[in-house]
Design a protein around this ligand. Structure first.
Ligand code: PHE
Length: 427
């Protein structure tokens, strides 16, 4: 009827029972942080790209965040009951279109259209998530992939020989690498049924040596630029078995930093059906997907993921294109908390109440003025059996001191919206 539509990127989508995108999320899709050369995310992006030879890897930055459910899930072998498809996890514009949850959504397009053997895709991605220092419903990923066509070789031996000759022979010098060196493990990290062990091993080695070179390159340039981290010790990384619907075998790379093992990216040997669905059958290759915020927070020492969106001069003036420097903390504005407690509807199960639905209401009313939201209490009335939940909202702005009147007004709006949306009884 012309009224029930949402607009994103000049496109109009007809709302249906799947639509769960909210105005504050729609607005984020227009910010384009990766296009700002002085944003730490785009500095990291450029640094990673500079470690891939441009004649082999094409850079592709898809602006439009709306992709089909097919691109985001089906084309990557996600089963129809995969939890990532749930409305509680993913923003749907309508039942056919989502905001991409990962840059892998563009693999098919790139395999089909890009003429170099590899490509790098960087973009904003969207997940309905909790709210805290390291989670934000919009973040940025870089995807990379490399492929070979079987049709270019007379025999599999020739294909394997080419992959091996394309493979760097020694791992990156700045790294100390912990790797079981088991390229696959039939019980827990199997190779693909149609692939010979020799081919699987050749692809795995190419993947691992390439990514070690890239990660080694990043940490080496950091050590050269940042005199504070002058200790010339090698950075420790390790390869951990993983699972993704579209790669087999699969791994995550973790890096040891500030006393903790941190996951840097997921990766693996691309599954044959992914190439088939991309309409480039008979290809073999690998892919990885890396979270840019994680790496930027670590390298720049940025303590809160919301800062990437800040327009505060004290933040943005600290960075310039092509340079990595330690973020100098400026004083944080004070934080205040308020609780929302309510009784669930009679007979309803607290398991059916999803944190992320609550988070979205908070986000829509208070946007970036909220630092953290947590379920702090769950209680069942001994007589009536009714369930009560209590969420704590921590208000804090990156830009200014919030006044209590302002917080109270936000809190009132959130409370009435919660009561209205979920039919709960506020306490
Ligand atoms: N898309 C995956 C994620 O977001 C990462 C990934 C990309 C894993 C490519 C394997 C290969 O978690």
């Amino acid at each position: 009827d012309g009224q029930n539509v949402v607009n994103i990127f000049n496109n109009t989508y007809i709302v249906d029972e799947f639509t769960n995108i909210t105005p504050s999320i729609a607005e984020k899709s227009g910010r384009k942080l990766l296009k700002d050369p002085a944003n730490p995310l785009s500095i990291i992006k450029k640094l990673i790209e500079s470690n891939f030879p441009p004649q082999e890897y094409t850079v592709f930055d898809p602006p439009e965040p709306a992709v089909t459910v097919y691109e985001n899930f089906d084309s990557l072998n996600f089963r129809s009951d995969h939890p990532g498809r749930n409305k509680t996890d993913t923003y749907y514009l309508n039942s056919d279109i989502v905001l991409r949850t990962h840059t892998s959504a563009h693999q098919g397009h790139c395999f089909r259209t890009i003429s170099t053997p590899g490509f790098l895709i960087s973009a904003d991605v969207y997940r309905r998530d909790e709210i805290d220092r390291t989670h934000y419903p919009v973040f940025h990923q870089m995807e990379g992939a490399r492929a070979w066509s079987r049709d270019d070789f007379a025999t599999e031996e020739e294909l394997i020989a080419k992959i091996n000759s394309d493979t760097l022979k020694i791992p990156s010098p700045g790294l100390q690498i912990i790797d079981s060196n088991k390229q696959f493990e039939e019980s827990s990290n199997p190779k693909q049924p149609g692939m010979s062990p020799e081919l699987c091993i050749a692809l795995s080695n190419h993947l691992k040596r390439t990514l070690e070179m890239v990660v080694g390159g990043i940490f080496t340039s950091i050590r050269q630029m940042d005199r504070d981290s002058a200790d010339k010790e090698a950075v420790q990384i390790r390869w951990i078995d993983a699972y993704f619907p579209f790669t087999a075998p699969s791994w995550e790379m973790e890096v040891y930093w500030d006393g903790d093992w941190l996951e840097l990216f997921g990766s693996g040997v691309t599954e044959a059906p992914v190439f088939d669905m991309a309409q480039v059958p008979n290809h073999v290759g690998w892919a990885f997907g890396l979270g840019l915020e994680r790496l930027a927070m670590l390298l720049f020492g940025i303590p809160d993921i919301r800062l990437f969106w800040s327009t505060d001069l004290r933040f943005i003036s600290q960075f310039e294109s092509g340079r990595i420097n330690r973020f100098q903390k400026f004083s944080k504005y004070p934080s205040t908390h308020r609780d929302v407690a309510f009784w669930l509807k009679e007979g309803s199960d607290p398991k059916d109440f999803h944190d992320n639905d609550f988070m979205d209401i908070v986000r829509d009313h208070a946007a970036d003025l909220v630092e953290d939201v947590k379920l702090i209490d769950k209680f069942t009335h001994p007589k009536t059996g009714r369930h009560s939940l209590c969420y704590r909202i921590v208000y804090q702005s990156m830009e200014r001191t919030l006044q209590s009147d302002e917080i109270n007004a936000l809190q009132d709006n959130i409370r009435s919206e919660v009561a209205k949306t979920f039919g709960v009884q506020l306490r």
